[in-house]
Design a protein. Structure first.
Length: 117
């Protein structure tokens, strides 16, 4: 599954091409293709310029891992109870049913304590 490139990734791709791509020329763009670098117009992952993927991208291992890994990068927030991973895009506030129950119990206890005061 392809995903949209982040603005940061596009910026890094451009910087890598300008700095390292042997086929890139500031004045003419991509020399073999005689047009603007194909990688500059990319908005999605997948189908990279072959030269870029084999010779340029490995110079930035973090970017390489991000671009060649399928699907969106997993984004997690820590569970407030146990510190486990909770997907950010989901509706879950806790990593599991168990943690949700613990949290609820704590909230209730807090509530009772305040009420008694
Ligand atoms: Zn948890």
């Amino acid at each position: 599954m392809a995903r949209e490139l982040t603005r940061e990734e596009k910026r890094k791709i451009r910087a890598l091409v300008v700095k390292w791509c042997a086929n890139y020329n500031k004045e003419y763009g991509c020399l073999p293709l005689e047009c603007e670098c194909y990688m500059f117009g990319k908005c999605w992952t997948g189908a990279y310029c072959r030269y870029f993927r084999e010779a340029v991208l490995p110079l930035d291992p973090a970017l390489e891992a991000a671009l060649l890994t399928e699907g969106p990068p997993p984004v997690f927030k820590p569970c407030p109870i146990c510190g486990g991973a909770v997907p950010v895009d989901g509706r879950m506030a806790y990593c599991s049913e168990v943690c949700a129950r613990i949290a609820l119990r704590r909230q209730k206890r807090e509530y009772m304590r305040k009420k008694r005061r």
